[in-house]
Design a protein around this ligand. Structure first.
Ligand SMILES: Nc1nc2c(ncn2[C@@H]2O[C@H](COP(=O)(O)OP(=O)(O)OP(=O)(O)O)[C@@H](O)[C@H]2O)c(=O)[nH]1
Ligand SMILES: [Mg+2]
Length: 177
């Protein structure tokens, strides 16, 4: 029998389209330019304040369209307590992301996971407000999302860690089984 390589710590999966900032988020504040992820990276770290935060195992996977079908290989084999879905705030339409989120929240293996939807402002001043903001809040309460699903969304600049980021990670920590 093989050894289980996963220590007994909460597992968190980060998904979303390519270039949205998943690796930037997983690494933490970083000024360097990053190459697209091929396959995945795994980090064991605190989601926020290292003195009070819990150490979790973070799986940062590729958002490349060709590699997206691999997402399910991770969550069908590993129990994830949390899923972070990253969206670029500057994206012109969120329809694809909304479809992805609806699909993921309805996956049997992710039924008990807490879903944190994060918008990366990527240093611009553009915020998801107005029509897009209300569409998204409706999305989070929409028919395709079961009322028992733990889901929330936050928006911040991934390269400028702030109170909103802290609130987002605190929410995730508190809602993971
Ligand atoms: N200025 C700025 N650049 C950012 C921010 N977040 C990400 N980037 C840059 O955007 C590029 C893509 O970010 P990644 O974190 O590699 O994106 P990813 O989602 O991991 O992409 P894949 O691995 O291809 O799926 C990198 O060059 C980052 O440095 C941000 O908040 N501000
Ligand atoms: Mg990446």
């Amino acid at each position: 029998m093989g050894r289980n390589p996963l220590k007994r710590m909460p597992q968190v999966l980060i998904v979303g389209d390519e270039g949205t900032g998943k690796t930037t988020l997983a690494i933490g504040e970083s000024l360097k330019e990053l190459e697209p992820t091929q396959g995945y990276n795994r980090f064991e770290k605190c989601l926020h304040d290292s003195e009070t935060g819990k150490i979790v195992s973070i799986w940062d996977v590729s958002g490349n369209e060709i590699l997206k079908p691999l997402w399910s290989a991770y969550y069908k084999n590993i129990f994830f307590s949390g899923v972070i879905y990253v969206i670029d705030s500057n994206s012109i339409n969120y329809e694809k992301s909304i479809k992805d989120i609806h699909f993921l929240v309805n996956e049997e293996e992710l039924r008990d996971a807490a879903f944190l939807i994060l918008f990366n402002m990527k240093g611009t001043k553009k915020e998801v407000t107005g029509r897009k903001g209300s569409e998204l809040s409706l999305l989070l309460k929409g028919d395709e999302i079961h009322t028992s699903t733990k889901i929330n969304y936050f928006e911040f600049n991934f390269k400028g860690y702030d109170q909103t980021a802290k609130n987002a990670f605190t929410w995730l920590e508190e809602n993971m089984n």
